[in-house]
Ligand binder design. Structure first.
Ligand code: ZN
Ligand code: FE
Length: 263
């Protein structure tokens, strides 16, 4: 897969395949040229795109401390002198952190800005950067297409509430997650929710894209709300399919997440 550019009214987003299944992301403000990297899975791959586009890296926005999200921080800072922003709760674990942020903090690029949404669960400090002007949410390892991140540090209850925060964004929001996991996620989702038409359709699209070695990301929130079982733990229809009707969303979510861990 080669890097590709996604054009937005005020910005250009670059999607950069990295490592085995990560995506690095750049968002470049057309007005003043500010460029931010969301996570740094591979400094060399990110540098190649920056150089090809003639962009200078201004900011790094880390979603969480895992190495496949921060491994390129120091090399990129060394080369570009960029400012590294990341969750205050993971301060000591983020290489080169300059500006710790928390819930509702704003990050201005040029004409566009991001707001920080705290989404603990995968890690305790995990956060999402939501660019309302571009209808784009950079969600790291919280939400994936047809899946969600593993619950490593937080509780299932925390993760469910983090996903509810993302589910409350506008339907047209594009979800820029950090991994190409859609095919495996879809196989699991169909195993527990085989009659879901939106899921069947999304999975057919994913299979066609992957057969052509094309990315399935970004995905649209509206599709995920209908097709992703991890966003539907409180949905009566899915609960009925799982024989869990009337149980709490937290319990249903934990059941789905643990089933996926064993799948
Ligand atoms: Zn991670
Ligand atoms: Fe990751």
């Amino acid at each position: 897969m080669a890097p590709r550019l996604i054009e937005k009214p005020h910005a250009i987003i670059a999607q950069i395949p990295c490592l085995s299944d990560n995506y690095g992301w750049l968002i470049h403000d057309r007005e003043n040229g500010t460029t931010a990297a969301i996570d740094t899975p591979d400094a060399d791959a990110i540098n190649q795109v920056l150089e090809a586009q003639g962009w200078d890296l201004t900011l790094i926005l880390n979603t969480h401390w895992h190495m496949d999200h921060t491994g390129g921080n120091l090399a990129l800072k060394d080369k570009w002198g960029c400012t590294i922003i990341g969750p205050a709760a993971e301060g000591e674990k983020l290489p080169g952190l300059d500006r710790p942020v928390q819930e509702a903090d704003q990050i201005a690029l040029g004409a566009i800005s991001a707001v920080v949404i705290e989404t603990p669960g995968h890690t305790l400090g995990h956060c999402v950067y939501y660019f309302a002007d571009c209808a784009a949410a950079f969600v790291g390892d919280s939400l994936f297409s047809l899946g969600c991140g593993r619950v490593f540090e937080g509780t299932h209850e925390q993760m469910w509430h983090s996903l509810l925060r993302l589910r409350a964004l506008p339907d047209e929001t594009e979800i820029y997650c950090a991994h190409e996991y859609s095919l495996g996620n879809g196989r699991f989702a169909l195993s527990i929710d085989p009659d879901n038409r939106t899921l069947q359709k999304r999975m057919a699209d994913i299979e066609a894209l992957r057969a052509d070695d094309l990315p399935t990301i970004p995905t649209k929130l509206a599709i995920e709300k209908a097709a992703n079982p991890f966003l539907r733990a409180d949905d009566g229809i899915l609960q009925k399919t799982l024989s869990m009707k009337g149980q709490s969303a937290e319990t249903v979510f934990a059941h789905i997440r643990q089933s996926k861990d064993r799948f």
